[in-house]
Design a protein around this ligand. Structure first.
Ligand SMILES: NC(=O)c1ccc[n+]([C@@H]2O[C@H](COP(=O)([O-])OP(=O)(O)OC[C@H]3O[C@@H](n4cnc5c(N)ncnc54)[C@H](O)[C@@H]3O)[C@@H](O)[C@H]2O)c1
Length: 276
């Protein structure tokens, strides 16, 4: 039996990458799906974000799999956008049972050169945008007495990383938020948990900025050039996770019977072994 038959799941940042994988995996378990993506310009982000065509492609793949879906352009930085997404989801399907707050951005800077623009873009998207996403559905879930809140942090939310102070701060921040939400909603049938992926094979890492950071010795490094460097970063010795590996963790938390809340599930390529 499919574990999410009759459920309705909302996934942010689902135009591509992990968000698309999460939407497809939740659909495979029987959920109806609401996907959103396509942010406005985020000035300091140096790689392209999803387009309307990317989001339409996610919807096409969901429909090809026989899933009922609703695809909405929305920017998680905007409270009104996320309230509109929640309202349209509830109007279309009657409820939201699962939210996967997955959308985020990344970027690198030495701490001493980090600008206010970079800091504000990172915190405004990854932390405030995740706050908007979860808050847009939390009251509805509490009222219905059922909900599964899943937020994507990162292994950079478990330890510091050079050149990622702003990203790491945002990813530690969402963990604190989720643990607090878990306590506030514990008696309401609503769980709130975090997934922390290690490096994952998506457009967030497959771009010139990332390749340049990891192979500064090359003028125009390629995917083949960075692959061995990434593989050296973790005990498993593999360069990156497939997005589907993170999606399995998301489905696990979405389908959980409700006794796991306030938890952090690391899909860490062995890096978890270095942490208490
Ligand atoms: N790729 C990795 O190595 C890695 C590792 C650990 C954690 N993560 C986290 O996993 C999640 C998914 O990232 P991914 O790897 O699929 O990257 P990705 O860049 O492929 O996908 C992120 C999606 O979020 C969307 N997005 C960004 N800002 C948005 C906004 N303001 N409003 C709406 N949508 C917005 C983008 O358009 C994009 O489609 C993120 O939270 C990321 O921080 C990624």
């Amino acid at each position: 039996m499919r574990r999410l038959e009759g459920r309705v799941a909302l996934v942010t940042g689902a135009g591509r990458g992990q968000g698309r994988a999460h939407a497809l995996a939740l659909a495979e378990e029987g959920a109806s799906i609401v996907v959103c993506d396509v942010p406005g310009v985020i000035p300091s982000v140096r790689y392209p974000l999803s387009t309307a065509e990317d989001l339409a492609e996610t919807a096409r793949q969901l429909e090809a799999a026989g899933t009922t879906c609703l695809a909405l352009a929305a920017d998680i930085r905007s409270r009104s956008d996320m309230e509109r997404v929640a309202a349209e989801a509830i109007a279309a399907f009657g409820r939201v049972d699962v939210v996967v707050a997955n959308a985020a951005v990344c970027g690198f800077s030495p701490f001493e050169e980090l600008s206010d623009q970079q800091w504000d873009d990172m915190i405004g998207t990854n932390l405030t945008g995740t706050f908007h996403t979860v808050q847009a559905v939390a009251g509805h879930m509490k009222h219905r007495g059922y909900g599964r809140i899943i937020v994507t942090s990162s292994m950079s939310g478990r330890s510091g990383n050079q050149n990622l102070a702003h990203y790491s701060a945002s990813k530690f921040g969402v963990i604190g938020m989720v643990k607090s939400v878990a306590l506030e909603l514990a008696a309401s049938g609503v769980t709130a948990n975090v997934v922390c992926p290690s490096t994952t094979s998506t457009p967030m890492i497959h771009n010139d900025e990332w390749y340049g950071i990891f192979r500064p010795d090359l003028e125009h490094p390629t995917r083949d050039d960075v692959e061995p460097t990434f593989a050296e970063l973790n005990p498993l010795g593999v360069p990156w996770l497939p997005p589907e590996a993170v999606a399995r963790a998301v489905v696990y938390l979405a389908a959980d019977e409700g006794f796991t809340t306030g938890s952090v599930l690391e899909v860490g390529l062995g890096l978890s072994a270095f942490k208490p």
